[in-house]
Design a protein around this ligand. Structure first.
Ligand code: TXA
Ligand code: MG
Length: 344
C-alpha cells in the first residue's frame, strides 16, 4: 500500500481524509498532544486494523475523538454534570473523559469495557475531518505499541510507511504528551493519566481527584486496572533508561562517575555544558516546562537505538505539566530512579 501524505494546509485534505475514514481506512491525524492513528470508531473492522497496525494488545481500549462536546451524548450515558463543566472549560483540548458507553460503541473500541474514553482535540483540521466523516474517530497515539509516541508526521511515516492509507501533516504537536485522562464513572473522579490539563486545573473544577496508582508506580502486567494501557511497557527506547534526580551538580557528578562509552545523557538545554563528554541530548529548557513536554518524545525516539547501552535522564520537578513529563519519563525508565544526593 502507498501511504498518501496530505498537508493540513491543503484545503482539500480534510475531505480526502474523511472519505478514507468513511471507507474503513486508517489515517494518521495531527492533534495538539500527539499524532493519532485514526479510523471509524463505530466500525469493528476498521478498529481492528488499528490494533493490527500498532501491534496493540486487544484489551487496551481506544479514545473516541469528537468534533464538539454535544456529540458525547450519542456515545455515552449517565453523564455527570461535572463532564459538561470540564468540556466547557477544557475542550477542545488535551483532556479525555471516561464515561459509561452506549451500545452503539463496539466492544472492540472499548477493549471489552462498558465505559468509553472521549475527547475533543484542539486541531481545526482534525475536527474538520471528524465532522466531514460523520463518525467519531477512534485514535490511539500513532506509534508502534510500546514505543515513544509520535509528535511529527515524520515519526508516523517511520513507524507506518506503506501500512496505513494516509498521514495528515499538521506540523509538530504543541503539547507533545498525550491527553490527561479522568475517569468520571466512579463516586470520585480519578486521574488515570496526567497530561496538558493539570491535576490542579481538574481540582479547581471537580473539588476532588483520586490519583490512580498506575500514575505513580509500576503496575503488574496481570493486574486489573482502570486504564488498561497503563500496565504495559511504554514510551521506551531500546535500551534501559535511568532517571538521575537531585541537584544539577550532584547529578552531573553521579553521571560522570558511572558513564561508560555507549551511554547517552538526556538533559535540559541548561545542562548541556556539564555533559560535553557524555553524548548529551537536550529535550527542552528546565525554565520552560512546555518545551520539555513538547520535546520529550522526539528525544526518546532519537535515543531508540540498539547501539546505545544506557540513558541517564534528567527529569523536571514539581506539579502542573511537569507532572505529566515525570510520568512519561518514569514509565520510559520503568520507574528506575537514582537519587544523586545519596547514591555512590
Ligand atoms: O492525546 C491523546 O489522548 C492521544 C491523541 C491521539 O488523542 N491518544 C492517545 O491514545 O494517547 P492511546 O491509545 O495511546 O492512549 C489511550 C489511553 C490508554 O492508556 C487506554 O488504556 C486508556 O486511554 N483508555 C481508553 N479507553 C478507556 C476506558 N474506557 N477506561 C479507561 N481507560 C481507557
Ligand atoms: Mg499511546
Amino acid at each position: 500500500m502507498k501511504t498518501l501524505l496530505l498537508s493540513a494546509s491543503d484545503p482539500a485534505a480534510p475531505a480526502i481524509a474523511a472519505e478514507i475514514i468513511r471507507n474503513g481506512g486508517l489515517v494518521a491525524i495531527p492533534t495538539e498532544t500527539v499524532y493519532g492513528l485514526g479510523a471509524n470508531g463505530l466500525d469493528e473492522n476498521a478498529v481492528a486494523s488499528i490494533f493490527a497496525a500498532k501491534g496493540r494488545p486487544q484489551d487496551n481500549p481506544l479514545i473516541l475523538h469528537v468534533a464538539q462536546s454535544s456529540e458525547i451524548e450519542k456515545f455515552c450515558h449517565s453523564i455527570p454534570a461535572s463532564a459538561y463543566t470540564l468540556a466547557e472549560k477544557f475542550w477542545p483540548g488535551p483532556l479525555t473523559m471516561v464515561l459509561p458507553a452506549r451500545d452503539i460503541v463496539p466492544k472492540r473500541t472499548t477493549g471489552g469495557l462498558n465505559t468509553v474514553a472521549v475527547r475533543c482535540p484542539d486541531n481545526d483540521t482534525t475536527r474538520a475531518i471528524i465532522q466531514l466523516s460523520g463518525v467519531p474517530i477512534a485514535a490511539p497515539s500513532a506509534n508502534l505499541s510500546g514505543k515513544p509516541s509520535t509528535t511529527t508526521a515524520a515519526h508516523v511515516l517511520h513507524d507506518h510507511d506503506g501500512k496505513i492509507d494516509a498521514i495528515v501533516d499538521g506540523g509538530p504537536c504543541r503539547v507533545g504528551v498525550e491527553s490527561t485522562i479522568v475517569d468520571l464513572t466512579d463516586a470520585r473522579p480519578r486521574l488515570l493519566r496526567p497530561g496538558g490539563i493539570t491535576p490542579e486545573q481538574l481540582m479547581e473544577v471537580l473539588g476532588d481527584l483520586v490519583i490512580d496508582k498506575a500514575v505513580t508506580a509500576q503496575i503488574d502486567k496481570d493486574a486489573v486496572v482502570k486504564a488498561p494501557g497503563m500496565k504495559y511497557r511504554h514510551y521506551a527506547p531500546a535500551e534501559p533508561v535511568v532517571i538521575v534526580s537531585g541537584s544539577r551538580e550532584k547529578a552531573a557528578a553521579y553521571i560522570h562517575r558511572h558513564f561508560v562509552p555507549g551511554d547517552r545523557v538526556l538533559c535540559f538545554t541548561e545542562e548541556l555544558p556539564l555533559y560535553r563528554d557524555c553524548a548529551p541530548l537536550a529535550y527542552g529548557s528546565e525554565a520552560d516546562v512546555n518545551s520539555l513536554s513538547a520535546g520529550l518524545f522526539a528525544a526518546l525516539r532519537e535515543l531508540d537505538d540498539p547501539a546505545i547501552h544506557q540513558v541517564y535522564a534528567r527529569c523536571p520537578v514539581g506539579g502542573g505539566v511537569a507532572y505529566a513529563v515525570q510520568n512519561r519519563l518514569k514509565k520510559a525508565a520503568a520507574f528506575h530512579i537514582v537519587d544523586a544526593e545519596e547514591a555512590p
